[in-house]
Design a binder for this molecule. Structure first.
Ligand code: CP3
Length: 354
């Protein structure tokens, strides 16, 4: 196995000293890049792109060719697991992800299989192996999954929702049944992430995009508990290095202490929390990742730079910070503004280290 040339991202997640704050962007491969749109058109559909290891590798590397990023993230989607469970994932333009066969009954939940990651999800592992080899040790590769709660919301709602009525009806009226489903999803995610680690992912992130729509007690019972179960089942050492785990709950700012106590190495922050407060609350326990509002990338470069400076100062001196956006980059952002963001982090963060 080749040496990693740039391991700032892995070191920062373990709160080890670095020369500057590492940076990457959630959803860094995507529609804001014209070269992504071209490869996506070549592939046909989004799922065809995910299933073609060479093209998935190509779009993973595209943002790294443009920007001085400290990590690559596997090109795939969180909804690969429900698709492998037989729900039939498809995308309708402008409407977001949908399922042909959403979960509608207790029988559907009981019949849900736990997919074998090397079989039904073998295409993801092929992509991981292809990307890892193409990266040639330049930067680490991040693997990822959705949280059981976030996957369950899509599986039960069947498509985008503003109210989360169906999934909330399930957890509040038939909690035991909801737990059967979440437990299967936790097993599926654990197997899936461990397979990604064995295939070459050097860190893993769990996206809990919809954790923040729950009350505190419901979050702990229906989301955090299952992420804890996953963290406890993950491979934590591979190829002679620790494999850091990052938990990102959008809207999780109220529960940082609980998230940090899950056994994870780092907590991903959305932009609604002040990173200085987050560091005071948990920065001596785990690393922090975040947290610029992705909409700041609509602003001119000088404003972006000021905001980067504010967040760097908020975290303050020393290791334990991975710079990121507080959620995924928007598709209509000017790629030059993303460049200004990354350059600002690289330039301004050096004085916070060493
Ligand atoms: O970060 C990366 O660059 C890696 C790839 C990645 C994608 N999706 C690619 C993608 C990652 C990490 C995800 C995670 C994901 N997918 C999440 C969690 C993160 C978050 O944003 O909260 C969620 C909720 C999904 C579900 C999903 N998949 C949505 C909401 C969409 C957008 C649908 C739309 O039409 O806007 C997708 C599709 C998707 N996943 C795209 C990409 C680049 C766009 C598909 C296209 O090319 O048309």
């Amino acid at each position: 196995m080749r040496e990693l040339k740039n391991d700032r991202y892995l070191k920062a997640l373990l709160r080890q000293p670095v020369d500057q704050t590492p940076v990457w962007m959630m959803r860094q491969a995507g529609r804001y890049l014209p070269e992504y749109k071209a490869t996506r058109a070549e592939a046909g559909s989004f799922m065809d792109l995910c299933k073609n290891a060479e093209l998935a590798c190509e779009v993973t590397l595209q943002p790294l060719r443009r920007y001085a990023l400290d990590a690559a993230i596997l090109f795939s989607d969180i909804l690969t697991i429900p698709d492998a469970m037989g729900l039939g994932l498809y995308f309708e333009t402008g409407e977001g992800p949908k399922f042909e066969r959403p979960i509608k009954s207790a029988a559907d939940i009981k019949a849900l299989p736990v997919p074998d990651p090397e079989q039904e999800l073998g295409y993801v592992m092929n992509a991981v192996r292809t990307i890892r080899s193409a990266l040639d040790g330049e930067v680490p590769l991040i693997g990822f999954s959705g949280s059981p709660w976030t996957l369950a919301t899509y599986m039960v709602e069947g498509g985008p929702t503003k109210t989360f009525s169906k999934i909330k009806k399930l957890i509040f009226s038939e909690p035991a049944l909801a737990h059967v489903m979440l437990d299967k999803l936790a097993d599926a995610v654990t197997l899936y992430l461990n397979a990604q680690i064995k295939a070459g992912a050097q860190a893993v992130q769990i996206f809990d995009t919809w954790g923040g729509v729950l009350s505190g007690p419901a979050y702990r019972e229906f989301s955090l508990k299952y992420m804890e179960k996953i963290v406890a089942g993950l491979i934590r050492e591979h190829e002679g290095r620790r494999v850091p785990v990052v938990l990102f709950t959008k809207g999780g700012g109220l529960w940082l202490e609980d998230i940090a106590a899950s056994g994870c190495d780092a907590v991903g922050l959305d932009w609604t929390i002040d990173i200085a407060d987050a560091r005071r609350r948990i920065g001596d326990k785990v690393a922090l990742q975040g947290n610029m509002d992705p909409s700041m990338l609509y602003a001119p470069p000088a404003v972006i730079e000021q905001e980067v400076a504010r967040i760097l100062a908020g975290f303050g001196q020393g290791p334990g910070h991975v710079f990121n956006l507080g959620h995924g980059i928007h598709p209509d952002v000017d790629p030059a503004n993303a460049g200004a963001f990354i350059d600002a982090v690289n330039r301004l963060s050096r004085s916070y280290h060493g």
